[in-house]
Write a protein that binds this ligand. Sequence first.
Ligand code: 5GP
Length: 192
Amino acid sequence: MDAAQATLSAPPSVVCQGERFRLYLDETTLQERIGALGDQISADYRDSESPPIFIGVLNGAFMFTADLMRTLSIDCEVDFYKLSSYGEAKVSSGVVTELKHIDAELQGRHVIVVEDIVDTGLSMRYILDRIEELNPASLKAVTLLRKPAAAKVDVEVDYVGFDIDNLFVIGYGLDYGQLARNLRAIYILDEG
Ligand code: 5GP
C-alpha cells in the first residue's frame, strides 16, 4: 500500500455524528497485535482434544472476530451472540439486553468469547455467566480493547489486545449511533 492509499484508509481524524475523533490505533498496529493474539491462542489450544468455538459478540466484534480467526493456525468454529449496544449514547447504560441467542451447543466445548471492548465489564460478566450455565469444558475471553479506568465489575479477560484511555472510541466494528463501524482503524473522541 502506498502512502496515499494508507492516508485514505486511515485519515488522521474523522467526524461522526458531528463530533471529531482522532486516529488512535492505526490499521498496521491493530493487525500486528491481532496476529500476536492469534498466535498465542493457537499455541494455547494446539493440543486441545476438540477444536475451540469462538463466540463473537455482535455487532461490535464482527470485524475483530473475522480478522482474529484468519490469523489462527488451529481448527476452530465460530458462532455469534448479540447484545444491545450503547444506541445513540457514548456512555454505558449499565443494562445488558440479549438480542440473539447462541445457536451452537456449548456443553463440553472449549469456548472463547470474542468482544470488541470491555468498558464497565458488565457485558462481559453477563456473557461469561450465561455461558458458564451451559457447562462448557473451558471458558476464556478475548477482547480487542479494554478501558481499565471504566471497570465497574471484576471480570477476568484472558487475552487483551490493548488497554486504552477512558474515552469513547469508534471504528473497526465499534459504532456511534450505528455509524463508523466500517473504519479500518480505531478513532478516539477528540476532547481538545
Ligand atoms: P460494558 O458492558 O463493558 O460497559 O460495554 C461493553 C459494550 O459497550 C461493548 O461491547 C460496546 O458495544 C460498547 N462500548 C463500550 N465502550 C465503547 C466505546 O468506547 N465505543 C463504542 N463505540 N462502544 C463502546
